[in-house]
Design a binder for this molecule. Structure first.
Ligand code: ZN
Length: 327
């Protein structure tokens, strides 16, 4: 190679680096949009769990539909490419919901529409032709429900601890949650469901889970699910996945309360920002933190910005978990 050829090759390399550098910068500047589908628009309420994540490439992910998404017909859903279910409890997978968005009050959501035996997650996935991505032993349950309702069982996809799947440009991994994960007999039809119910037992779907999502702009988000404090929050979520944004359950009794959740954030995961979730209380009044609430206690105890998921309000986060709009 003569000098001119070498310099031409080097020049091409520089040009490539400049172009790819520009594309990396612009990807990081793109934002993930996060919207709560709670029970009262503009508030953070007792039953609120459901969040929609929209990747910069348009992929839309619904996390834990719970009881505040008014079924598959809820006009707030739009396109749903992927449904995530952290565990099988009715307030996450969805065993009942309201007639329409905002049809109940903040402390008493409308639960007048039953979603058993299907689950809201399955009803939504059937209507939207979504993939359901779960860990543990949950995929077989969802595949069976899809098949039983004329859907495609292949739309139930496994991401078990330690592995991941990438769908629509979003990498999805599951991590352990210290919780329970019994399948309510109401979701199990026939004699088996009746026998379990009378014995006070639940079906087995393996361990409860949390998720770690990596969006196409590079933002890594940890969804705690219902969990206590776990060693994996430091060793796996922080050290390996390097989550920058956390959706943290703070409700106490069933999961970490505000003090334990603050420890998880400040000392174990150490993200750049956190979204409070699953407070099991009226967290806001007129869109402002309710004084004396668990949510307020959590906000005060955490050292990084805490964002409150007000229903219907869209927050945008860049790759570094800086909120660039809507917070
Ligand atoms: Zn639970």
């Amino acid at each position: 190679m003569n000098r001119m050829m070498r310099s031409a090759t080097w020049g091409a390399c520089l040009a490539w680096a400049a172009v790819s550098g520009v594309s990396v910068v612009s990807a990081q500047a793109q934002t993930v949009k996060i919207t709560s589908l709670g029970s009262v628009e503009g508030e953070f309420c007792v039953a609120d769990r459901a969040l929609i994540f929209e990747d910069p490439n348009g992929t839309r992910v619904l996390y834990d539909p719970g009881r505040t998404v008014a079924g598959a017909a809820d006009s707030r859903l739009g396109t749903i490419d992927i449904v995530l279910v952290s565990h099988m409890h009715g307030d996450h997978v969805g065993n009942a919901h309201g007639k329409a968005p905002d049809s109940g009050s903040c402390d008493k959501p409308d639960l007048s529409v039953s979603a058993v035996p299907n689950t809201s997650a399955v009803n939504i996935a059937l209507a939207k032709n979504s993939k359901i991505v779960t860990g543990s032993d949950m995929p077989a349950f969802f595949a069976a429900k899809l098949r039983a309702n004329g859907g495609n069982p292949g739309n139930s996809i496994l991401a078990r601890f330690g592995g991941s799947v990438t769908l629509g440009g979003v990498r999805i991994a599951t991590v352990p949650a210290i919780h329970s994960n019994g399948v309510d007999p109401d979701f199990i039809e026939g004699d088996l469901g009746k026998a379990l119910k009378s014995a006070g037992l639940h079906g087995d779907a393996g361990l409860a889970t949390g998720y770690v999502l990596r969006f196409s702009n590079g933002l890594v988000v940890y969804l705690s699910g219902d969990t206590g404090i776990t060693a994996e929050q430091e060793t796996v979520v922080r050290n390996y996945y390097q989550a920058k944004l956390v959706v943290m359950n703070i409700g106490d009794v069933f999961t970490t309360g505000p003090a334990e959740a603050a420890y998880v954030i400040n000392d174990l995961v150490k993200p750049a920002a956190v979204i409070a979730s699953h407070a099991n209380e009226v967290g806001t009044v007129a869109g402002k933190l309710r004084p004396g609430s668990k949510t307020e206690t959590f906000v005060k105890a955490v050292k990084v910005p805490v964002h409150i998921p007000l229903s219907g309000k869209t927050m945008e986060f860049d790759a570094a978990a800086r909120c660039t709009a809507g917070c």
